[in-house]
Design a protein around this ligand. Sequence first.
Ligand code: GDP
Ligand code: CA
Length: 327
Amino acid sequence: MRITVISGGVGGARFTRGLLALLADRLPDGHGGTTAQVTVVANTGDDMWLHGVRVCPDLDTLMYTLGGAVHEGQGWGRREESTTVSTDLAAYGLGWDWFTLGDLDLATHLARTELLRRGLPLHRVVEHLAARWRPGVRLLPMSDQEVETHVVTDDGTLHFEEWWVRHRAAVPARGFVQVGVEDARPAPGVLEALADADVVVVPPSNPVVSVGTVLGVPGVRDALRATAAPVVGVSPVIGGAPVRGMADACLTAIGVATDAAAVARHHGLRATGGVLDAWLVDDADADTVGPLRAEGWRVQAAPTLMTDVPATAALAARTLALVDRMP
Ligand code: GDP
Ligand code: CA
């Protein structure tokens, strides 16, 4: 059983953790893991250079969440984290008071930067870092090339993280630019993971700046449209609101309503040129099931709040069952 997940940070990481729990139960390997192979293709559009180190927010959230090191309350970063170094940097008048650069996290960034400086491509760097955390999946960056999501506002363009974290997405966005994407190629293994999968899952990740960014890498959308595997998505919108974060601001910027059915139509049905075959919405959006079915979607309503690992494993089960891939 080969499952490929296209992921952003917190939403995708939590979903994948539940999926692994389900698979360990259904397809156990005898050592607490699973015989299923899960590949996660991660968004790297949020990555940036800060204090001379490369920061990869979504890759690290995946690594820490699946490796058991994440700060549960936050959903990102290391637990038992401190900020001694960034506080001291501020005494030099350096740093961004709006971006948390934790001490333990900084060790990850330093290690990553050192490996990049030695000339390793990002996917090899990720492999090296992940060897420590044993996330139980094959973790792939969407690309080895630097692609950065920038936000277009009336006052100019800024890095996605500055818009998201510093301005809490409150500055109206007119659109998003993937800087560098035209020169980017999918990282080694990405296209194969889509082509050879038994099922591809688009978890409840930000549809614009996480999933949309991965799909923007040349070749990825075509691979998704061509794969023989069913492609199933889970709505990141419940009852007209993003469950956490400000994803509604991203949807508004590209003219899509913050609504489970609108997000499905934005991704589109593969039969009509889109990227999905099936869509799982929350029970709160059960009224979208009828209209989407009439448009040819395979769609069901289920509890989609990822409150804990068992609830998320049950969500993963419903997701796989929707495309007849429940082991
Ligand atoms: P980020 O990179 O950390 O922003 O994380 P992702 O892109 O993976 O996912 C963030 C999105 O996941 C949020 O915008 C929410 O819409 C969605 N989300 C988060 N938690 C839940 C949940 O428990 N259930 C559902 N259905 N969606 C969620
Ligand atoms: Ca992110």
